[in-house]
Design a protein around this ligand. Structure first.
Ligand code: NDP
Length: 393
């Protein structure tokens, strides 16, 4: 029998379950590339339920406990006295989410003598030290594609929120005002703007496809160029590097994983080369941006706005400057954990566990590291020398 340590974000302050706005979520049959949705033998929850928090438990608790496993579910993940730190030493499986990541550092992995499987309930496994996992032969898996469209929709929303200056306008309305001039002095149409996509993977391409109808001029950079017919369909201009891309965009959106190549990429030097008054939306990872460089660029007017939902660290401290910097439309890390996204990543987590208990293979698209090396999606997304498969176009 295994010990499963599950770290999830805290329940709603108003209690669990919440009062849902809708009674169901739409049924999605396949992902846009034709990849299939998670197909566990059973679910353990009703799609549309809030399962990403502790009481929601990804719908796993009853199933795991009835099979005789020990299950520890907590939101307490920071510091030497945290439940996570105390329970990790004999856990066989750790599950957490990028929204409330249990940082599995090399030191923590060294302490977790029984650890065999780490699951990211969502996408993005940079909160696990993947090299340390490789050295120990630990399997790291995530639920690829589960919330890509959720994030793409959030990105499009934040692009519009920034360019139209929605936050200011809503605040005027909510506070009883009717100051039209104040409301529109920073408000523009997106139509005709140059939008650059940094990394055209699953999310980046979904953003391209959703922004194209707005009549924007699209460009992108990525390690591998997209097929010519795709570029043609969306009238895409390819740039060899981000340095080249950013000089010609009014809006830049970020969709690369956090790796040693992308950490701190949005720094003072790069931001200075963007057209004055550009906007950035970063729903990828907070550490891809230099925190203070973003603040400086907004204060000087070099950037007209910054939005996204990812911070470094998470949760961000109450005094994190991105909460109060001018012209920001930040959200907490929510884009990939809509109730719709949760249903998919909870089902994918269950599927991975079912495979692991059965000894059957986990889908390659879910694997990041396995058997001491980067495999499946990980071989493409996280390895230093990526393979050219898995493009999914
Ligand atoms: P994909 O793996 O489909 O796409 C990532 C893309 O980044 C790939 O096209 C890859 O290029 C490209 N890339 C990687 N490194 C570089 C680099 N150094 N320079 C240029 N391009 C690079 O991932 P997803 O689209 O599914 O997700 C992207 C990221 O979004 C995740 O890693 C995660 O951090 C974040 N995310 C955030 C969520 C949220 O809730 N805010 C939820 C889900 C994901 P190529 O394939 O051509 O090699």
């Amino acid at each position: 029998m295994a010990k499963i340590l599950i770290v999830l974000y805290p329940d709603p302050i108003t209690g669990y379950p919440p009062t849902y706005a809708r009674t169901s979520i739409p049924q999605i049959d396949t992902y846009p590339t034709g990849a299939t949705l998670p197909s566990p033998k059973d679910l353990g929850f009703t799609p549309g339920d809030l399962v990403g928090c502790v009481s929601g438990n990804l719908g796993l608790k009853d199933w795991l406990e009835s099979a005789g496993h020990t299950v520890v579910i907590t939101d307490d993940k920071e510091g030497a006295d945290s439940v996570f730190e105390r329970e990790l030493h004999d856990a066989d499986v750790v599950i957490s989410q990028p929204f409330w990541p249990a940082y599995l550092t090399a030191e923590r992995i060294a302490k977790a003598k029984n650890l065999q499987l780490v699951i990211t309930a969502g996408i993005g496994s940079d909160h696990t030290d993947l090299n340390a996992a490789n050295e120990r032969g630990i399997t790291v898996a995530e639920v690829t594609y589960s919330n890509s469209i959720s994030v793409a929709e959030h990105t499009v929303m934040q692009v519009l929120v920034l360019v139209r200056d929605f936050v200011n306008q809503h605040q005027i309305a909510a506070s009883g005002g009717w100051n039209i001039a104040d409301a529109v002095e920073r408000s523009y149409d997106l139509e005709g703007m140059r939008v650059g996509i940094f990394a055209a993977g699953r999310i980046g391409r979904a953003v391209i496809e959703r922004l194209a109808p707005f009549g924007v001029r699209l460009s992108y950079t990525d390690r591998f160029r997209l097929p010519a017919e795709y570029e043609e369909k969306y009238n895409l201009t390819f740039h060899e590097s981000i340095e080249s891309l950013v000089t010609e965009v009014d809006v830049l959106t970020i969709h690369a994983p956090l790796t040693e190549q992308t950490r701190g990429l949005l720094n003072d030097e790069l931001l200075a080369t963007m057209p004055h008054g550009a906007y950035i939306v970063n729903p990828a990872r907070g550490a891809i941006a230099d925190r203070d460089a973003i603040v400086r660029a907004l204060e000087s007017g070099q950037l007209a706005g910054y939005a996204g939902d990812v911070w470094d660290p998470q949760p961000a401290p109450a005094d994190h400057p991105w909460r109060t910097m001018p012209h920001n439309a930040m959200t907490t890390h929510t884009s990939g954990t809509s109730l719709s996204g949760q249903a998919r990543y909870a089902a994918g987590t269950r599927e991975i566990l079912e495979n692991w208990f059965d000894g059957s293979p986990i889908r390659p698209e879910y694997i990041i590291v396995e058997g001491g090396g980067y495999k499946g999606t990980g071989a493409h997304s996280y390895a230093e020398k990526p393979t050219k498969d898995n493009q999914g176009v």
